[in-house]
Design a protein around this ligand. Structure first.
Ligand code: ATP
Length: 212
């Protein structure tokens, strides 16, 4: 049984892709204040697990619960509490950095001028008016991640957030994750790099590459 402070729990999840079992009967719990790293080699199933936890794909067996209710009974409420940033982060190349962010902020009911402070947080001041398609891979990723500085939603599910991000950017993100967890949020992420976060604050779920 999940404890009473569980935001999210997964109950006996099994995921099968092209006849290969990626994970089987996986149960785990995500609480307020957790930073959870899903670890494992390429192809182990980390993205597949994140997508199931985010409600974007279905497990072969098992179920994910948000606040002790199955996700499918609670989709709208779950989406109000979840931010998911995947490999394709939904950035429109034909829009500027500022426009991309202002669009996202508007969806959160925040005013467009909040975009400026947010771009500063990810060191993109000076690039506000550049088309996203003209920015580097790391700058592109920074636009996507910038929304986290304004994000009030408790559950953050982030697939490889550090990809293409430089050392200082990674540090800033790690500090933000700690701050979010301290304020009662929960960060679930994949990354192939070691986190420079106090080990006591980080939980790890290790997926193994299962041979058929
Ligand atoms: N939609 C899909 N249809 C079929 N196979 C898929 C699908 N999504 C993922 N796979 C397969 O599932 C396996 C696990 O993929 P997944 O992306 O979850 O791994 P990962 O651990 O995130 O890998 P990486 O570290 O390389 O990002 C891979 O072999 C992949 O080819």
């Amino acid at each position: 049984m999940p404890s009473s402070n569980a935001l999210l729990h997964a109950d006996k999840l099994t995921c099968i892709r092209e006849d290969r079992i990626l994970f089987e009967a996986l149960s785990c719990q995500f609480n307020q204040g957790d930073i959870v790293q899903i670890a494992g080699p390429n192809g182990a199933g980390k993205t597949s697990l994140l997508r199931i936890l985010a409600g974007l794909s279905q497990p072969f067996e098992g179920e994910v619960h948000f606040q002790n209710q199955p996700l499918h009974k609670n989709v709208e409420l779950y989406n109000q509490n979840l931010t998911y940033i995947g490999h394709l982060a939904g950035i429109k190349g034909e829009m500027t950095a500022q426009e991309n962010l202002a669009f996202y902020l508007a969806m959160q009911g925040l005013p467009p001028h909040a975009a400026e402070q947010t771009l500063e947080n990810v060191n993109l001041l000076g690039f506000e008016d550049a088309l996203a398609s003209h920015l580097s891979a790391g700058q592109h990723r920074r636009i996507a991640l910038a929304r986290l500085w304004q994000c009030q939603k408790p559950i953050w599910i982030l697939d490889e957030p550090f990809t293409a991000i430089d050392k200082q950017g990674v540090k800033n993100l790690e500090n933000l994750f700690v701050e979010h967890a301290k304020q009662g949020g929960c960060v679930i992420l994949t990354t192939h790099q070691d986190l420079a976060i106090d080990a006591q604050l980080v939980k790890t779920i290790e997926l193994e590459y299962q041979l058929v």
